[in-house]
Write a protein that binds this ligand. Structure first.
Ligand SMILES: *Cc1c(COP(=O)(O)O)cnc(C)c1O
Length: 695
């Protein structure tokens, strides 16, 4: 086969391409229709495309030299010196293992549902960029999370699409004899086997396990079919596989892991398995092994509300852990149960709490923003004698969310390697106002076109006629102030707050001299009727004559939709009930693209906000005020800020039509926030504060 094609295939096999704009542009250029058809999956693209045709295209479009330089860049990325090498030491073998129930890396790999997964994915990417000796461990869901389709009635419906592992940038893990690596866990009355997939995330290996193999019963093959699907018992089985199976995989690979990072409590059963291994290896009792393992576990919590925590009934715990407790740990299952019992045996309200298990077994614990650290310290008052709950504020993997226009501008002014240069953000104000304004318009044009295409496709799907389809070109306006709101539709995030005073909102939207438009997107959990109701309410507003084509909803919020939105929106809106948003990360993604934030002072924005950077929505701190009234008052503050500050500023133009004051805000926002609220900074923090402090 043609060498260039082999090179392309090699580049496609490592999802480093997902944060390399040159790679994505090249895949697209080969054939934009095929690229879209593949679901932005170059492995599928290069597997399915006719090889002669591919050679022909490379020749005809003269892409040869670009393939060569892409390949060289990729090879260089894998071997160059890194932050970790320079700061700590060089090592070939991983010493940090990161556990998470979901990973959001790129749109074709549907192993995530939302923010937690995207954060784990960004953690992998930055670990690779910084050269951390780290592996990720998770589950390979057959169907992943659902694809959202809003039906004619405006109601969310869920489709489950098969992940075609053979056509994804993922490969079955095999030993030196080419035999698939397998590990097992024991479930009541049987052994369940797991196969393992490797996702190459730059330098980092992410291992995903699943039960879909012949060794298992038909029922057991379905344990890992859906993310957050099924009942409590299925979740128990998935979490045993993630935690216990994950540790067995590490043993099987013979890795000498020093630090174990539990991203949320789903993987906390790993604590038991580590203790068990230590007891066997050193022939010591449970309590001593527990003390030892404690120092190398790191637990990151993501929920500030007790109701959000993963719990199991005692019956279920006993069913799954009796034999493990008695045979492996030499104790009664009741004793083991106390590891995750919030009430420490004080009453009969027995629940096994995964966060408590993780807390009990981790020296390092952190919340994901400064405020969330405080809230967590109040929620779980830990004994004074132990390490207290700290915080490391979340970030985003900036290179994954910038548009190619943004990336090109950063290259032009600074360096091709802008991702690795923390200082460039401080120099961002050197860029001229005109160029920043052009960037904003380009990013927004791209977003508006994306929305038009998506919505047109949707109308065709719903059987719209020609007249209706012609209307698609009048959806949104790239010159108009554009506000984005996209996230999970959980009730605390208040997706419909902006509609509270509908007449006031209509006035804002319909003002001809200073118009405003809104783009919404987001999924509700299949079992969350409350969340689904919010979506249906928004859909009905998008069909209102005064708002249609100015307030739009994009189906199936995923990484692709998210990227377009954070590239193009002028304002990113976030209005959760404080302090329920532990961090929130989507608002961080708009920064480098020149978007600005308007948010409740919750999560990350509580520490990021200052009047130069963006806007706040006043939140009512007085707990004696009813939720209903809080919503009302906070909505008022939202309207006031829009009407009095944001809209006039956006439309205040100089003689060339450029909003200088607005651009001043963009410059401050990028300068002050882009470097800090990135996973480059976040992963360095995890490294300095936790990973490299492990005893
Ligand atoms: C960033 C992101 C999220 C998280 O957004 P929040 O602001 O934390 O709610 C969720 N889903 C997708 C697809 C994302 O890209």
């Amino acid at each position: 086969m043609n060498n260039l094609i082999l090179m392309l295939k090699e580049v496609a096999s490592n999802i480093h391409w997902s944060w390399n704009k040159d790679a994505v542009e090249l895949f697209n250029e080969i054939n934009p229709d095929f690229w879209n058809w593949s679901g932005h999956n170059p492995v599928k693209l290069f597997n399915e495309i006719n090889q002669n045709y591919l050679e022909f295209i490379i020749e005809k479009k003269n892409l040869g030299s670009r393939v060569l330089s892409l390949y060289a860049e990729y090879k260089n990325y894998l071997k160059k010196d890194t932050y970790f090498d320079k700061k700590y030491f060089k090592t070939e073998s991983p010493i940090i293992a990161y556990f998470s129930a979901e990973y959001g890396l790129t749109e074709c790999l549907k192993t995530y549902s939302g923010g937690l997964g995207v954060l784990s994915g960004d953690h992998m990417k930055s670990s690779s960029d910084l050269g951390l000796p780290l592996i990720g461990i998770g589950l390979a869901y057959q169907y992943g999370y659902f694809t959202q389709v809003i039906n004619r009635e405006g109601w969310q419906t869920e489709n489950y699409e098969l992940n075609e592992f053979n056509h994804l940038p993922i490969s079955l893990l095999r030993d030196e004899n080419y035999i698939p690596v397998k590990v097992s866990v024991n479930l009541p009355g049987r052994t369940v086997w797991l196969q393992v997939w490797t996702v190459k995330v730059g330098r980092v290996n992410l291992y995903l396990m699943d039960t879909f193999i012949a060794e298992n019963s038909v029922d057991d093959r379905r344990i890992t079919d859906i993310l957050y699907g099924g009942d409590e018992e299925k979740r128990m089985m998935q979490e045993i596989i993630l935690g216990i199976g994950g540790i067995r995989l590490i043993e099987k690979l013979g890795l000498d892991i020093k630090a174990f990072h539990l991203n949320e409590g789903h993987s906390a059963f790993l604590c038991f398995e580590r203790i068990k291994n230590y007891m066997k290896k050193f022939n010591v009792p449970y309590s001593e092994a527990k003390k030892k393992c404690y120092y190398s576990n790191i637990f990151t919590t993501h929920t500030p509300v007790p109701a959000g925590i993963d719990i199991f009934t005692k019956d279920l715990f006993v069913k799954y852990f009796r034999s493990y407790a008695e045979k492996e740990l030499g104790m009664s299952v009741d004793e083991l149960f106390y590891e995750g019992d919030l009430n420490k045996g004080d009453n009969n309200n027995h629940k096994f709490n995964m966060a408590y298990l993780a807390i009990n077994n981790s020296n390092f614990i952190n919340g994901v923003s400064k405020l969330h650290g405080e809230v967590s310290r109040k929620m779980w008052e830990l004994p004074k004698s132990r390490t207290q709950i700290d915080h490391i504020t979340n970030g985003v993997h900036t290179a994954s969310y910038v548009s190619s226009y943004t990336s090109n501008l950063l290259r032009k002014y600074f360096t091709d390697n802008w991702l690795y240069e923390e200082d460039i953000w401080k120099r961002f104000p050197e860029i001229t106002d005109d160029e920043i304004w052009t960037l904003r318009l380009l990013n927004k044009f791209k977003l508006v076109n994306f929305c038009r295409e998506r919505i047109k496709e949707k109308w065709i799907f719903l059987g719209a006629d020609k007249v209706k389809l012609n209307e698609a070109d009048s959806i949104l306006n790239p010159e108009t102030l554009t506000i984005g709101f996209a996230r999970r539709f959980a009730t605390y995030k208040r997706g419909t707050l902006i509609f509270r005073d509908i007449d006031r909102l209509k006035k804002i939207v319909k003002n001809n001299s200073m118009p405003v438009q809104f783009i919404f997107s987001g999924k509700a959990h299949p079992k969350d009727e409350g969340g689904k109701n919010l979506i249906s309410e928004i859909i009905s507003y998008t069909r209102d004559n005064d708002l249609k084509n100015k307030v739009v909803f994009l189906d199936n919020y995923d990484i692709n939709v998210a990227r377009h939105l954070v590239e193009g929106c002028d304002i990113w809106l976030n209005n959760p009930r404080r302090p329920q948003e532990a961090s929130g990360t989507s608002g961080m993604k708009v920064i480098a693209n020149g978007g600005l934030n308007l948010s409740i002072l919750d999560g990350w924005w509580d520490e990021a906000y200052n009047p130069e950077n963006g806007w706040k929505i006043e939140s009512v701190m007085d707990d004696s005020v009813s939720q209903e009234n809080k919503d009302k008052l906070e909505a008022m503050s939202l309207y006031d800020t829009l009407e009095n500050e944001i809209i006039p500023l956006y439309y205040l133009r100089n003689s060339k039509g450029v909003p200088e004051e607005w651009i001043k805000k963009i410059k401050s926002s990028v300068k002050n926030l882009a470097g800090f609220f990135s996973t480059q900074r976040m992963v360095k923090d995890y490294c300095d504060k936790f990973y490299m402090k492990v005893k």
